[in-house]
Design a protein around this ligand. Sequence first.
Ligand SMILES: O=P(O)(O)OC[C@H]1O[C@](O)(COP(=O)(O)O)[C@@H](O)[C@@H]1O
Ligand SMILES: [Mg+2]
Ligand SMILES: [Mg+2]
Length: 335
Amino acid sequence: MTKKNQTLGEFIIENQKAFPYSTGELSKLINAIRLAAKVVNYEVNKAGLVDILGSSGDINAQGEDQQKLDVLANEKFIQSLTNREIVCGIASEEEDDFVVINSKDNNHQNKYVVLFDPLDGSSNIDVNVSVGTIFSVYRRITPIGTPVSIEDFLQPGRQQVAAGYVVYGTSTMLVYTTGFGVNGFTLNPAIGTFYLSHPNMQYPKDGRIYSVNEGNYVHFPVGVKKYIKYCQEEEEDRPYTSRYIGSLVSDFHRNMIKGGIFIYPKSSLSNNGKLRLLYECNPMAFIAEQAGGRASDGYKPILDVVPTELHQRIPFFCGSENMVAKAEEFIAKYN
Ligand SMILES: O=P(O)(O)OC[C@H]1O[C@](O)(COP(=O)(O)O)[C@@H](O)[C@@H]1O
Ligand SMILES: [Mg+2]
Ligand SMILES: [Mg+2]
């Protein structure tokens, strides 16, 4: 039974008991993420004091300038996951290709793959605006005893066994699901422990917040433009409030608590939008659906999309059920 303020450690053990056949590996994996989140939180919080702001001078697989904190967060999560003998492979926004992680007996006995965005909202790092980490977990589909391969990572989002994010904001929170609801834990920085602060998180069916980079409005498809105008009309409970932090994790988190819709559509600048299916949209879509929300590419559920590439991008509409359904109506009508 979920008890407010129980620690994340207690929650993980309690929930493991719910699955008689569980081997505890998924619990170890979540614990590894918990540890890495605390390490990265420590670095993020003192970022201005040490030489960790700004560019690392390198470019990642997507041609983006890698920030020093992108690189550090990537290292800390890979290290923590590798040291615990639970994952057989890792894919990251900051790694060109997936990384094979072999078990100590050198016989590829581990059964989980993790895909993650080590530092989400990189453009906000240097300006002290909240950023995050996003993770997605699958059971491998290739045989145990063989090296992990690409098909283990290109599974539809509906196959995820766990997904979550960490938001390094006014407080640091870890929010995740294993397919049985969404729970949020807040870090008590004094003792370095996550406590259950947001049990059973639920998206309100309706909301009054829309989140989209309106600076790209001229490049948006007609249906998206019409939906944004709809949000701004003086009708019924509209106009809605516009809120856009520019960190997916933070915009999603606010909208899940208050009710709202986040949109990163395709545009004449980028045919598939900007956000990555495997380690941004799939995990957020799993959490959204588990919290009674909705997530699509404008036409079909994100979780039903069959991935084809590690770093593929996809248009993203995510949030309160009725708001996303309304946006889809406009797209179906005009696009
Ligand atoms: O500046 P834009 O084009 O609005 O993009 C903002 C989006 O890009 C991102 O920063 C992309 O994520 P990364 O920072 O992990 O690359 C999202 O967090 C955010 O929603
Ligand atoms: Mg990101
Ligand atoms: Mg990132």
